[in-house]
Design a protein. Structure first.
Length: 196
């Protein structure tokens, strides 16, 4: 819950700050923030929770017998709770204008956004599986590899879909702000991509 909270607070927070304060962060800054906060959380609490900040990743690990199914509900509840608390924090801290919405909405067609989410989620899980779960990889570098993958994914897919890769990243801001346009893309795309 704490890991997902800080990922959402920093990643979504930088989106809000960039809009409300005249674009001072810039798009590359937003991309770097998402990657850096995931990297920081992996190194800070990955040894406690296995760096599960994403329901789609948790489900994928369970499907492929890398994580016990009995713990999946509690992990997903914690992830959703962390995302919800961060979204509420941002709503309380800032006067969120429609332009500063910190959730994800397809800016192109739903089909393009869905394909983007599938591809970037697949890439994310490919790197997680390669670096974080394969004992032949250099485990100490997993946080850097995963964080940089997120930076690259946000650069490529951010303008199309918002580069969610995480159902909790999209669902809770939608609930808090009451904006559900295209929300199904962010429930379906990451799960398909991560399971592929």
């Amino acid at each position: 819950m704490i890991g997902t909270y800080f990922i959402m607070f920093s990643g979504c927070g930088v989106v809000v700050v960039n809009v409300l304060y005249g674009g001072t962060v810039t798009f590359p800054g937003i991309c770097l923030t998402w990657g850096l906060i995931v990297m920081v959380m992996i190194y800070s609490i990955g040894h406690i929770s296995g760096a599960h900040f994403n329901p789609a990743v948790t489900i994928s690990f369970a499907v492929f017998r890398r994580f016990p199914w009995s713990q999946v509900p509690s992990y997903i509840c914690a992830q959703l709770a962390g995302s919800l608390l961060a979204s509420l924090t941002l709503k309380i801290m800032f006067k969120i204008t429609p332009e500063a919405y910190f959730g994800t909405i397809p800016t192109d067609s739903y089909a393009r956004a869905l394909v983007a989410e599938i591809i970037i989620s697949f890439l994310l899980m490919f790197v997680i599986s390669s670096d974080a779960t394969d004992n032949r990889a250099i485990g100490e570098l997993a946080g850097i590899a995963v964080g940089m993958t997120i930076v690259l994914n946000v650069f490529v897919a951010g303008p199309i879909s918002g580069a969610s890769m995480n159902p909790a990243r999209s669902l809770e801001p939608a609930i808090v702000m009451g904006k559900y346009k295209g929300i199904w893309v962010y429930m379906v795309g990451p799960i398909i991509g991560i399971m592929a």
